[in-house]
Unconditional design. Structure first.
Length: 512
């Protein structure tokens, strides 16, 4: 493969034809771009702004929206938080924040304002505060006493009119969250735990919240002077093996669209964090992938995360004069398209006319989905660029290669500068599910090699169990709890902890 170029065979119809027609018809008049927002770039929203990078529980990483392939009368929205979750990251594994509102916003008439908001709020529960362990034994169900740290959540549906809440309905209450996958010893049947976390809501919807494999795939080493400045670093999925916390919601399409005659919806996700006075303020925002990470400069990143789509005109210059093509030209001598970049307007700010642009649209940064377009029987990773109108930028499916798509458009694909640019990563490392919640199971905390001198099966568990019982001891819960932790720690560390606990137990004259 040529560096920074992805292999593909594709037609050049679809989006190119639609865009050329729209541009020729005068879609880029001065009035049409007077209030525009940022567009695409070449990475996803992981640690994209200075403030949010220090608070990962509130950090939106990606947003997906698509007509459900196995239930085409429904729409699925997947929103992820907490980037770069190391699977063995105990003893404090990954939870949603209790002081946050995780919101999924719907604009069903193109005016850049909320019409519906699905609000998720979480509560953390601890069974035993005297242990450092996430689980104190093998976990067989979400209500297992051995699962020490659990979370539940509520979903509220808020309806807006003219910026004010006019109704509020409780769609779900006290729904259990799928836990972090500590490891095979602790959670031998994680698929069962995930299935128990899928819940039907009022109104015919389905919801899931919990850990999942990060579905975004890309070589994020682009930030090392654009792949090392000599293309020596491309082609490795930087997100491979990392997890995220996912919220997935599947709802009847009729609930979120304005009408059958106006089926386009704009979608974005936000996080509001509660301050010491009890008020909530928005700290993270995500619609289209890639926007805040490499389109907005440092001076605008935190401001964008706190802003609303209706106010996106302040970021106009970032999209009409993007920095990325200039950087590519300076390093790799690939000529940047002429500015101002009017070709990006319809794709990323209004939707493509005839595809996913609502009538009387107000340009704003939202992920726009035409819910009347049926799912593809054979999805193409380049979506609309490859003639597959059910894919990005018409919504976003889990398998859409948004990095390659956005990079090619940024480098002039739609203004006659044909290119096959990409990062060399064309698919996720894990296979997505074929039914809700669609995201792949998280990478287990016990993915590493077995301890030296052991084999698969019960060897390690048996040997550790024997080692944790001091001579003459009658056993007890300490050994059980430590065995459960073996998936997240090395065998040597477990033996040392076991010996220490046995000493404490004898000194305190009581079981741990």
């Amino acid at each position: 493969m040529t560096p920074l170029v992805s292999r593909r065979g594709r037609s050049r119809t679809g989006l190119v034809t639609l865009l050329c027609g729209a541009l020729a018809a005068g879609g880029l008049t001065a009035a049409g771009v007077a209030a525009l927002a940022p567009g695409a770039a070449s990475a996803s929203s992981h640690r994209e702004a200075p403030l949010i990078s220090g608070t990962p529980q509130y950090d939106n990483t990606d947003l997906y929206a698509f007509v459900s392939p196995d239930k085409p009368d429904t729409t699925t929205i997947v929103a992820n938080w907490i980037p770069f979750e190391e699977p063995a990251g105990g003893p404090n594994f990954y939870t949603f924040a209790d002081d946050a509102q995780y919101d999924l916003h719907i604009d069903n008439n193109g005016d850049a304002h909320d019409d519906l908001v699905f609000r998720y709020t979480f509560r953390t529960h601890t069974k035993n505060g005297r242990t450092f362990l996430y689980n104190t034994g093998v976990v067989k169900s979400l209500d297992d006493p051995n699962l020490n740290i659990t979370q539940t959540y509520d979903i509220d549906l808020l309806q807006f009119r003219h910026g004010r809440v006019v109704s509020r309905a409780k769609l779900a209450n006290d729904v259990p969250v799928a836990p972090s996958d500590v490891g095979k010893a602790s959670m031998p049947d994680y698929a069962k735990l995930r299935a128990q976390a899928i819940h039907r809501t009022k109104g015919g919807g389905t919801t899931f919240a919990g850990q999942a494999d990060d579905p975004f795939f890309a070589d994020l080493r682009v930030f090392d002077l654009l792949y090392g400045g000599n293309l020596s670093e491309v082609g490795n999925d930087t997100l491979k093996g990392y997890n995220v916390n996912s919220i997935a919601l599947q709802v009847p399409t009729a609930l979120i669209r304005e009408s059958a005659g106006q089926p386009v919806v704009g979608i974005w996700s936000t996080t509001q964090r509660r301050n010491a006075q009890g008020y909530y303020s928005q700290v993270s925002r995500l619609g289209n992938p890639l926007v805040n990470e490499v389109v907005n400069p440092q001076k605008d990143k935190d401001r964008f995360n706190a802003s609303q789509p209706a106010d996106d005109g302040r970021f106009l210059n970032n999209v009409t004069h993007p920095e990325l093509p200039k950087l590519i030209e300076s390093i790799y001598k690939i000529k940047a398209p002429s500015e101002p970049r009017g070709d990006l307007v319809d794709v990323f700010l209004k939707g493509v006319k005839g595809l996913n642009q609502p009538p009387n649209v107000r340009p704003s940064e939202e992920l726009r989905l035409n819910t009347s377009i049926k799912p593809s029987a054979h999805p193409k990773r380049l979506g609309v660029l490859d003639g597959d109108n059910a894919g990005f930028p018409n919504g976003r499916r889990l398998g859409d290669d948004v990095v390659d798509e956005a990079l090619q458009v940024m480098e002039g694909e739609l203004v006659g500068m044909k290119n096959d640019l990409g990062d060399g990563v064309n698919a996720n490392d894990q296979t997505f599910e074929k039914s809700f919640p669609y995201v792949a199971e998280p990478t287990s905390g016990s993915r590493g090699p077995l301890a030296k001198g052991t084999s698969a099966g019960t060897d390690v568990r048996s040997q550790l169990g024997d080692a944790l019982q001091p001579a003459g001891s009658s056993g007890g819960s300490g050994g059980t709890m430590l065995i459960a932790a073996s998936a997240a720690s090395g065998a040597a560390g477990i033996l040392l902890l076991g010996a220490a606990f046995a000493w404490w137990r004898r000194r305190l004259q009581r079981p741990y």
